[in-house]
Design a protein around this ligand. Structure first.
Ligand SMILES: NC(=O)C1=CN([C@@H]2O[C@H](COP(=O)(O)OP(=O)(O)OC[C@H]3O[C@@H](n4cnc5c(N)ncnc54)[C@H](OP(=O)(O)O)[C@@H]3O)[C@@H](O)[C@H]2O)C=CC1
Ligand SMILES: N[C@@H](CC=O)C(=O)O
Ligand code: NA
Length: 815
């Protein structure tokens, strides 16, 4: 014997009912019994109608007509015309009965729990009856069984307790010699005194388990609308997947915390009789689903992550708790008396406080009750007033495999901590099957995803990128992420998702990740108006795991948001130098906030583009070295200009070439003025430990006076042409000495300057070409000959690659 149960969503419409009949057909070869819930939504509507009647609102009649129509329509759609009339008549008789009861409620304005149970019973009675007739009409040997004939309970209306001795006997007697498939009403039963009762939440599952146990079925199948028990709530964790098998205990722990696929109490009869419970999906019938059985399956550390919202913590504390026997007894007795269900308890060994998680709706009531119970202690200041903290959630990792496995909680807390999720309370019982934490409700989606990645996606990491700036660098970066996506995911288990893209005008978000190929175009067409505040708010609210803000602009409006971003535990990667070359105070405070929050702030491309300058310098310093001097050519643009500019060429043309090749700043005057180089050497000096400001850098400005000030880049180029002759003079002077022009940056003895000079053929700067940068690091350890870092130091590819490398570096750290 196998018992199957189909829930309300599986039988919500006639086509779905037909689908269920199709699902059942292959089962007819074996012995089965099938339990049905009311058509989807009917139980709720029945409660609603009875409430309207209770409130004296005649509108209940319209709703009743709707219910009647739904059931009559189902008969008309599922059953052939010639058989319809007697079945329609039966349905009408039931609806009339229901109408009489509702009329009674309407008149006397009273709806006892007993009446409500009776009203609700019509949902299952109508559905199972109609389905049994539809099956018969299709040639299946089936008969309708009103479970009230065989399930006996006490008269606790709403959640009646089953008398198994009598029930088992009645069920077995009923099934003796029964050939037809029994189509059974879920949820309902009869009290010893004869009234209709219901079995409480998920009562139809319970009905199925009661039948399975009584008939000693070899399997119980619960058919619902999901693919079984999932590793986490799939609405919040996109990568959640079905758990193929788990123990009864694991299922109880998981379902207890809101994974509403199965309600623990309903498993009891199956569990006691060791009957495997299959969770199957009516909308995906060939999928295996989940089997819940007696074996504790080893191998996996945890089976699932559950979550429960709407939680409030009550904190009872004070010196009166310490070592006083009986306080917790009084506390819990009070809560029990007030029917407040305690979901989680935590007490530290200092015995100074006890904290209890309950449903938020009961918080004020519970607080008042406890304060009343302890009014003497509160008056004597032995116990404080009860503190309540709401808007919380419980998240729990569950699995038999955690037992005796050190490191599970470590992994859990580390995943939450690295994502900046504050843990308000913790509980783990000695069954070691469940570790529960209380966190802010707004952190639940992020927390679940972080834990899911930590436990189920093994070493797989997902980085969520929010990009601002889609010019030369931003665009190349997106291209690179796209080109490397599959390889990184496959070989390095690193998934780089771009969640948002913005330029100065528009921004576009997609929580699932944007299609990079068309990302920028889409952003320009479909994006909403860009506002930096709006962008940051949205990014913070999304609260994604491993979020990385990537700034590929040169805007200070963007760097002004860094502190807030880092303070929200979001890492930053940027080639934009404005933040680190602003005030020293700002530079210092950004590093500090990042450190405090465990967020990363990476800017290798601030100097020498993709060349490993900042990381190398930091490695030297961290290992105890000290900088004596830094000397370099730090501008790709200026190096390109002065190594390409030879007799016969026009200076202004060479500057244009540098811009076309993508070496210059958005405004090339930032390069020519020496300002960009000044920023870079300032950043290196600060990294080396000097507390300097930008105006302390002595700068030689190469922008002719009439080209300075407010004008467009085009206007600037026009004006620059007038100065070609004076630049030619400089060039000729250097060439006459056999030297080359180079724009140098120097840090020595705490002083920093950037200036144009010429170098002879022995100088290491002489042979630089194209966009090359060179950095000579003279340190205590590298003092006879400096460490030399050299190579192309500007341009779209090398810079974007450096930015990408910083993003991946965060991936190494993330979890
Ligand atoms: N080019 C190089 O070789 C190197 C560049 N860098 C740095 O990289 C950064 C980007 O340079 P690059 O790509 O060449 O510059 P671009 O001028 O090509 O692109 C800048 C991008 O930033 C956007 N932007 C500007 N202001 C804002 C704002 N307030 N809000 C949102 N978006 C804004 C622009 O939007 P819109 O498209 O609407 O104008 C544009 O998309 C700069 O900081 C530069 O110093 C660092 C190392 C090397
Ligand atoms: N404009 C800069 C680009 C890198 O920061 C340069 O030319 O070096
Ligand atoms: Na670099």
């Amino acid at each position: 014997m196998k018992v199957l149960k189909f829930g309300g969503s599986s039988v919500a419409t006639p086509p779905r009912i037909q689908n269920v009949i199709e699902v059942l057909k292959p089962y007819l070869k074996e012995e089965i019994a099938v339990v049905f819930s009311a058509f989807g939504g009917i139980t709720d509507t029945l409660i609603q109608i009875s409430t309207l009647a209770l409130e004296g609102k005649a509108a209940y009649k319209d709703k009743l007509t709707e219910i009647e129509k739904r059931h009559l329509d189902a008969v008309r759609e599922l059953i052939s015309i010639q058989k319809q009339s007697s079945i329609l008549a039966q349905v009408k008789i039931k609806i009339n009965e229901l109408e009489d009861v509702l009329h009674g409620v309407y008149l006397v304005k009273e709806r006892t729990p007993r009446t409500l149970d009776y009203i609700m019973s019509f949902g299952e009675r109508l559905s199972a009856y109609i389905i049994s007739e539809a099956m018969k009409d299709q040639g299946i040997s089936a008969s309708y069984l009103d479970a009230r004939n065989v399930i006996r309970t006490d008269n606790h209306f709403g959640y009646a307790k089953v008398d198994f001795e009598v029930t088992n006997k009645l069920i077995r007697e009923h099934f003796r010699n029964k050939k037809e498939v029994q189509i059974i009403t879920g949820f309902i039963a009869t009290a010893e005194t004869g009234e209709t009762t219901t079995l409480g939440r998920s009562g139809s599952d319970y009905t199925a388990a009661i039948f399975a146990a009584a008939l000693q079925a070899h399997d119980l199948e619960i058919w619902t609308d999901v693919d079984g028990m999932m590793t986490a709530d799939p609405r919040l964790v996109k990568k959640a997947f079905t758990v193929p098998q788990m123990s009864y205990e694991e299922a109880m722990e998981l379902s207890h915390f809101g994974a509403k696929v199965i309600f623990p109490a309903t498993m009891q009869p199956a569990m006691v009789n060791k009957i495997p419970i299959w969770i199957k999906n009516t909308f995906n019938p060939t999928f295996k689903g989940t089997v819940i059985h007696a074996e504790s399956t080893n191998g996996k550390l945890i089976k699932g992550i559950s979550s429960m919202n709407g939680i409030t913590l009550l904190n009872v504390q004070g010196s009166g708790l310490l070592g006083v026997v009986g306080v917790s007894m009084r506390l819990f007795a009070t809560l029990a008396r007030e029917r407040v269900n305690v979901i989680l308890i935590s007490q530290a060994s200092s015995e100074h406080s006890i904290c209890i998680a309950i449903e938020s709706t009961l918080a004020n009531h519970a607080k008042r009750a406890i304060e009343k119970e302890f009014q003497n202690e509160i008056r004597n200041e032995e116990i404080d007033e009860v503190q309540i903290e709401g808007d919380l959630s419980i998240v729990a990792v569950v699995g038999d495999g955690m037992k005796h496995s050190p490191g599970t909680s470590g992994r859990m807390f580390s995943a939450l901590g690295k994502n900046g999720i504050n843990i308000v309370a913790i509980a783990q019982g000695s069954s070691e099957r469940n570790i529960s934490v209380v966190i802010r409700q707004s952190d639940v989606a992020k927390g679940l995803n972080a834990l899911h990645e930590a436990f189920f996606l093994s070493d797989r990491k997902v980085l969520n990128v929010f990009l601002v700036g889609t010019g030369l660098i931003g665009n190349s970066l997106l291209q690179m992420i796209e080109d490397q996506f599959v390889k990184l995911a496959k070989e390095n288990l690193l998934e780089v998702n771009v969640i948002a893209i913005a330029n100065s005008k528009r921004m576009l978000f997609n929580e699932e990740g944007l299609t990079l190929k068309r990302g920028i175009e889409e952003m320009k067409v479909k994006g909403e108006a860009m506002s930096m505040m709006g962008f940051v708010d949205r990014m913070i609210t999304l609260n994604k795991t491993n979020s990385i803000f990537v700034d590929c602009t040169s805007s200070e409006e963007v760097t002004d948001c860094y502190e807030r971003i880092l303070a929200s535990n979001i890492s930053i990667v940027t080639p934009n130098k404005k933040a680190n070359s602003g005030s020293y105070e700002k530079y210092y405070s950004l590093k500090n906030v990042a450190f405090q929050r465990g967020a990363k702030f990476l800017y290798e491309t601030n100097v020498g583009a993709g060349l490993p300058v900042i990381n190398t310098l930091n490695d030297l310093l961290l290992s105890g070295d000290k900088v004596i001097s830094i000397e370099g050519v730090l501008s790709g643009t200026l190096n390109y200009i002065f190594s390409t500019y030879t007799t016969g060429k026009k200076f202004s043309d060479v500057v244009k070439e540098a811009k076309e090749k993508g070496y210059t700043e958005p405004d090339p005057r930032d390069d020519l003025s020496g300002k960009d180089v000044a920023r870079k050497i300032l950043i290196l000096s600060r990294e080396a430990g000097l507390q300097l400001e930008l105006d302390q850098v002595s700068v030689q400005n190469l922008v002719p006076e009439d080209c300075q000030g407010d004008m467009s880049v085009e206007q600037f180029f026009k004006k620059l042409e007038r100065h070609d002759a004076s630049f030619e003079k400089l060039l000729k002077t250097a060439e006459a000495k056999g030297e080359k022009l180079r724009y140098k940056a120097v840090l020595r003895e705490g002083k920093v300057k950037v200036e144009l000079g010429s170098v002879d053929s022995h100088h290491p700067f002489y042979s630089l070409s194209g966009s090359d940068n060179i950095i000579l690091l003279t340190t205590e350890r590298y003092h006879e000959r400096p460490m030399v870092i050299r190579g192309p130091g500007a341009g779209a590819t090398v810079t974007a690659a450096g930015v990408f490398a910083d993003i991946i570096r965060i991936g190494h750290y993330a979890k």
